[in-house]
Design a protein around this ligand. Structure first.
Ligand SMILES: [Zn+2]
Length: 200
């Protein structure tokens, strides 16, 4: 079945989110909420236990909420978002580590350590110690944009700026001249679609 990588953001009215003061992603979750990309699938179900449980495969997660749980009230929503982040974290660790290793190996770029973080202010970052940080929320993106973010950070290990040399280097990792800026624009469009759904 063909699943539009953007269906999650564009079509799902339930997927409204805002960014809390703690800079964690806060979605207005409910039982219709789902993540459905070419790479990853997650949805909620009401479980039979008095606590939340997560059933996981390498590419998916079903989050079983406690029996009788309703996504109502700020405290419930905040807690449900923590459960969601927990579900994403374990999948993100495996998926993002594998994709980072593949891209780094293919292009012969050495990195030190990968850390998966629960941050929504940026998709990724890197340090002069050659450590790469990636947001667990990258699992909301289709695979080609995840790879773009990873390539972008790996390229910063060579060029710690956004100079023409940086973009030329990034083009090499992204499929040729002009491809990096094109992917960056696509990512920006998706981000704006997300921002348009923020709770005011
Ligand atoms: Zn950058």
């Amino acid at each position: 079945m063909a699943i539009s990588p953007f269906s999650f953001f564009i079509n799902s009215r339930s997927a409204v989110f805002t960014t809390s003061l703690l800079q964690h992603m806060i979605f207005k979750l409910n039982y219709d909420f789902q993540i459905s990309t070419d790479l990853y699938h997650l949805h909620f179900e009401e479980g039979r236990e008095p606590h939340a449980t997560i059933k996981r495969t390498p590419e998916s997660a079903i989050v079983y909420m406690p029996k009788g749980f309703r996504f109502e009230g700020a405290a419930s929503l905040e807690w449900a978002n923590k459960v969601l982040a927990t579900a994403l974290r374990n999948n993100a660790q495996v998926i993002l580590t594998q994709r980072l290793r593949n891209i780094a190996t293919t292009h012969n770029i050495q990195f030190n350590r990968l850390t998966i973080k629960d941050v929504s202010t940026r998709w990724g970052s890197c340090s002069s110690l050659r450590n790469v940080n990636l947001s667990l929320w990258l699992l909301l993106l289709p695979s080609h944009l995840i790879d773009y973010v990873i390539a972008h950070e790996l390229c910063h290990l060579k060029e710690l700026n956004h100079s023409p040399a940086f973009w030329a280097e990034l083009d090499k990792l992204c499929g040729g001249t002009g491809s990096a800026k094109r992917l960056d624009k696509e990512l920006g469009t998706l981000e704006r679609a997300i921002m348009a759904q923020r709770i005011k």
